[in-house]
Design a protein around this ligand. Structure first.
Ligand code: SAM
Length: 309
C-alpha cells in the first residue's frame, strides 16, 4: 500500500513560508528540540539548523544524533553547565564575524532548567541579537494536559536535593494561588512526593506527567494522599522522566497568607520568630511550620526596615 503524501512536505506553500522568512546573520537562535518524540521539532527549527554556521549544544553526541535523523551535519560546539561563561566568548566572537549560531539543549527549551541562560545573557550584554525558535517544553506540555484549571502557574523546576532545603522551599508554597510545576528525577520521585504531602496535605490534587511524548507516556491525576500508592504500584514508575503539578491553593489561602503576614509583622516587633509563629498559629489556625518560614522571610524585611530608620 502506498504511503499517503505528507501534508507538510508536499505542501509547497508551507515550505515556502518556512524558507521565505528572514533569519538574520550575526544572531544567536535559541532552538527548542524534542522532549522524547523526535518528530516534535518545528519546521522553522529544522530550517534554521540547516542555515546555522555552528550549533552550540549541551551534549554533542545527543545533538549529532538528532541532526543526523534530519540529514543535517554542522560543526558542534559543547556548551554545558560547566563552561557556559567561557563558551559565551567563543559564540560572541562568531556572531561578531557575522555567523548564525544555534543554541540547543539535550531536550526541550534551552535555558529552562537547562544550560543556556548565561550564554543568552552574555550575548545580549554584548549588544548582539538573540531570537527564539519555540517548541517543546516538558513544563508547558504537562500543564496543557493536566486539566488543572487556573489562570496562573508557577514554575518551580527542580527541588533542592538536600532534604532540609527541599522541605523549606515546599513549606513556602502551599498558599501560592497558581498551579505549581516541578521537574523531578525518577530516583527522587517518591521522597519528593512524600515531602509534598507533608507540606500541602493529603487533599491537594497532584498530576504526574511521566515520559511525555514517548511510547509509555502516562498522565495520572490523584490527590497527594493517594500519590505514594500509585507511584509504588508499578516498578516502572521508579523510572522515566517526570513533571509533577500541584493544584493551586484556593484563593482564600492567598487571603489567609495576607492575614498571617499582617499578624506576624506585628508579633515580630515584640517576639522571636519562633514565638511569633507559635502565636500566629494559635490566632489563625494555620500550620506553625509554614508560619515559621513566613516569619523568617518577614524578619529579614523587618530588620531591613529597622536598619533604614
Ligand atoms: N529544557 C527542558 C524543557 O524545556 O522542558 C527541561 C530539561 S530538564 C534538565 C529535564 C527535566 O525535564 C526532567 O528531569 C523532567 O523533570 C522533565 N522532562 C523532560 N522531558 C520529559 C518528558 N518527556 N516527560 C516528562 N518530563 C520530562
Amino acid at each position: 500500500m502506498s504511503q499517503p503524501e505528507s501534508p507538510l512536505f508536499a505542501n509547497a506553500t508551507i515550505l515556502e513560508a518556512v524558507t521565505r522568512q528572514n533569519y538574520p546573520a550575526a544572531t544567536l537562535y535559541v532552538v527548542a528540540t524534542p522532549i522524547g518524540n523526535v518528530c516534535d521539532i518545528s519546521l522553522r527549527a529544522l530550517h534554521l539548523l540547516s542555515l546555522a554556521d555552528v550549533v552550540a549544544c549541551e551534549d554533542t553526541r545527543n545533538t549529532a544524533q538528532l541532526m543526523t535523523r534530519y540529514g543535517l551535519h554542522k560543526p558542534l560546539l559543547a556548551a554545558h553547565q560547566h563552561n557556559e561563561r567561557e563558551v559565551s566568548d567563543k559564540i560572541i566572537a562568531r556572531l561578531r564575524a557575522g555567523e548564525r549560531v544555534a543554541l540547543v539543549s539535550d531536550a526541550g527549551t534551552p535555558a529552562v532548567s537547562d544550560p543556556g541562560a548565561k550564554i543568552v545573557d552574555a550575548v545580549r550584554l554584548a549588544g548582539l541579537q538573540v531570537s527564539p525558535l519555540p517548541g517543546a517544553s516538558a513544563a508547558i506540555s504537562a500543564l496543557s494536559a493536566s486539566g488543572l484549571v487556573h489562570d496562573r502557574f508557577y514554575f518551580v523546576g527542580f527541588l533542592p536535593s538536600k532534604a532540609g532545603q527541599r522541605d523549606s522551599l515546599l513549606q513556602s508554597l502551599p498558599a501560592v494561588a497558581a498551579t505549581l510545576i516541578f521537574y523531578e528525577a525518577p530516583h527522587r520521585i517518591v521522597d519528593s512526593t512524600l515531602a509534598m504531602l507533608a507540606a500541602f496535605g493529603p487533599g491537594r490534587k497532584v498530576v504526574f506527567a511521566r515520559e511525555l511524548t514517548k511510547l509509555f507516556e502516562e498522565i495520572h491525576r490523584c490527590t497527594l494522599g493517594e500519590a505514594a500508592a500509585w507511584l509504588t504500584a508499578d516498578t516502572h514508575r521508579e523510572k522515566g522522566e517526570y513533571v509533577v503539578l500541584i493544584e493551586a491553593a484556593a484563593e482564600t489561602a492567598e487571603d489567609d497568607q495576607l492575614e498571617a503576614k499582617r499578624i506576624l509583622s506585628v508579633l515580630l516587633k515584640e517576639c522571636s520568630v519562633k514565638q511569633a509563629a507559635s502565636l500566629a498559629a494559635q490566632i489563625t489556625g494555620q500550620k506553625k511550620n509554614a508560619l515559621y518560614q513566613l516569619a523568617l522571610q518577614l524578619k529579614g524585611q523587618v530588620s531591613d526596615e529597622d536598619d533604614n530608620q
